[in-house]
Design a protein around this ligand. Structure first.
Ligand SMILES: Cc1cc2nc3c(=O)[nH]c(=O)nc-3n(C[C@H](O)[C@H](O)[C@H](O)COP(=O)(O)O)c2cc1C
Length: 309
């Protein structure tokens, strides 16, 4: 492929296969006002000296502030901070309204909720095409081990979970007696195993990836829906959701009008076909259970979910 004919949309999609965390980078502008942007480009660079980096879009409103600031803070978000991520990804004037924070080095805002926090002194600013690369020397840091981090991949917010075990459930390890009878472990293993079968099936039979499948199923259930309402249900920030929808429009599955998404006849047909496929797959998953046992299992899970709503 000649990179001169780079398909930007496709390139973005390739890059999004690499999962990242999500941070809010904060500082103060020249007037002393707090400034913050959501950034997933954060990464570690060096241990000695302790350096980190992130990159900022040259089109960002806060570009000049970050380019010239002496200090900034990196707030690594926890999995409960999707709303915070969306808020700082917007162009809103008043991003800090109702956000709890304290002052760090150089008065950079330190969000009260975080998974980790790095207070930095600007170490270098490099050119990086349509971005600037900002390298910071870490002056202070802290983290909360019990706060699971927020993950971002394929345009969706996600949570990290331990990789499925290679120990088969049929032959549990003796030392794993507790684990193999522990509900959380069983739920996660069941989910991991069955979703691993389902997604390739949906791709092969319906030419949809997991993100597109979620949107199709949701719009089929709820009818036409605004992007604002859909984004939190499918756990995508609106910019990323627009990109996913762009692909679905190209495939003739959906139409977007006045910010409202609706299924086209082909989208409805595909959704019905895939829902039938998912039901079939579910029947296979439940094959070892009687009808009554399946019902009890589902009812039990509904009670658990409702009690944690
Ligand atoms: C998950 C996620 C990750 C993002 N990562 C970056 C990033 O690394 N660098 C960047 O410049 N913008 C990134 N953005 C976009 C900015 O947050 C967004 O453009 C914001 O409006 C910038 O704020 P400002 O215009 O007030 O400076 C990201 C957005 C989201 C939702």
């Amino acid at each position: 492929m000649s990179m001169q004919n780079l398909d930007i949309r496709d390139f973005r999609r390739a890059l999004s296969q690499f999962p990242t965390g999500v941070t809010v980078i904060t500082t103060r502008d020249e007037q002393g006002e707090p400034v913050g942007v959501t950034a997933s480009s954060f990464n570690s660079v060096s241990i000695d000296p302790p350096l980190i980096l992130w990159s900022i879009d040259k089109g960002a409103h806060s570009l000049a502030t970050f380019e010239n600031t002496e200090f900034f803070a990196v707030n690594v978000l926890s999995r409960d901070q999707v709303e915070t991520s969306n808020r700082f990804a917007s162009r809103g004037e008043d991003k800090f309204k109702d956000v709890e924070y304290t002052q760090g080095v150089g008065d950079s805002p330190l969000l009260s909720d975080y998974s980790a926090q790095f207070e930095c002194k600007t170490w270098a600013v490099y050119e990086g095409g349509d971005h600037l690369i900002l390298v910071g020397e870490v002056i202070d840091y802290r983290y909360r081990d019990s706060n699971l981090p927020l993950v971002f991949t394929r345009g969706s917010y996600s949570v990290s979970s331990q990789h499925p075990s290679t120990v088969t459930y049929e032959k549990p390890d003796q030392s794993g007696a507790f684990i193999s009878d522990y509900l959380l472990y069983m739920l996660r293993e069941s989910y991991n195993r069955f979703s691993a079968d389902l997604y390739p099936l949906l791709q092969a039979k319906g030419d949809v990836n997991p993100e597109e499948w979620r949107i199709l199923a949701m719009v089929r259930d709820r009818g036409a829906i605004t992007l604002e309402a859909l984004a939190p249900i499918v756990m995508q920030p609106e910019v990323a959701l627009l990109q996913t929808i762009d692909w679905m429009v190209d495939k003739g599955l959906v139409q977007l009008q006045d910010n409202t998404l609706a299924l086209l006849p082909e989208g409805r047909r595909r959704a019905d076909e895939l829902l039938a496929l998912a039901k079939q797959h579910e029947a296979q998953v439940l094959m070892g259970l009687s009808e009554e046992q399946s019902l009890q299992l589902k009812n039990g899970l509904k009670v658990i979910m409702a009690s944690h709503a």
